[in-house]
Design a protein around this ligand. Structure first.
Ligand code: ATP
Ligand code: MG
Length: 182
């Protein structure tokens, strides 16, 4: 089955040091006191999957994802997150590898880097990778606080997008729209 194997964060929000979270095939729960960084972990997953909305990332500007320093520690110059996904069942159709690792790095200078299995790629490639796996950031795999209400109440066109992603047809709609623009 498609599942998250690991998440590596370094310099992201409240994680200045390289931190590796390994997930099993079973249910994983992240627990901790208020302010300990639980939501920052789901932000990291959203971010590495290509999220561009700083509001969705609970910040004002993209730089806010970089560790901003504490009384004891200097701010860092960049944030990096890697997400490792199982691909033994080839859920990512264009990837031969049994594991898919997606990496995003962002520098204070404003420069972004994206990698798929350590190969430098564009944001567009990351978006296309996730499109229609059901893992896309517009899909149903990450349900944030308030998202249930949104699915129940948003405009029918937005709701339809969620179902299109789930049904695996958004890739085709996306390609069609792209072709029409040319
Ligand atoms: P709650 O249980 O209240 O939801 P939580 O475990 O979800 O808490 P988070 O929201 O993940 O907590 O983490 C909040 C902490 O992350 C705050 O202490 C905040 O200062 C810190 N933080 C957020 N962005 C940065 C940053 N860029 N640099 C350093 N620390 C940051
Ligand atoms: Mg929280």
């Amino acid at each position: 089955a498609l599942y998250l194997k690991a998440l590596e964060v370094q310099g992201f929000k409240s994680f200045p040091d390289k931190t590796v979270l390994s997930f099993g095939e079973d249910i994983t729960a992240i627990v901790g006191p208020n302010g300990s960084g639980k939501s920052n972990i789901s932000d990291a997953i959203r971010w590495v999957m290509g999220e561009q909305s700083t509001r969705a990332l609970r910040g004002g500007k993209m730089e806010d994802v970089i560790f901003g320093g504490t009384a004891k520690r200097k701010q860092l110059g960049f944030a990096e997150v890697s997400l490792v996904l199982d691909n033994t069942e080839h859920i990512f159709p264009n990837m031969d590898e049994s594991e898919v690792m997606v990496t995003r790095r962002y520098y204070r200078s404003g420069e972004s880097e994206y990698y798929i299995n350590r190969r430098s790629v564009r944001l567009k490639d990351v978006n296309e990778l996730f499109m229609d796996t059901g893992l896309g950031r517009e899909g149903y795999s990450i349900i944030g606080q308030g998202k249930i209400d949104e699915i129940l109440s948003v405009k029918s066109a937005d709701r339809r997008e969620v179902f299109e992603e789930a049904a695996g047809i958004s890739r085709y709609r996306h390609r069609k729209e792209e072709a029409e623009r040319k």
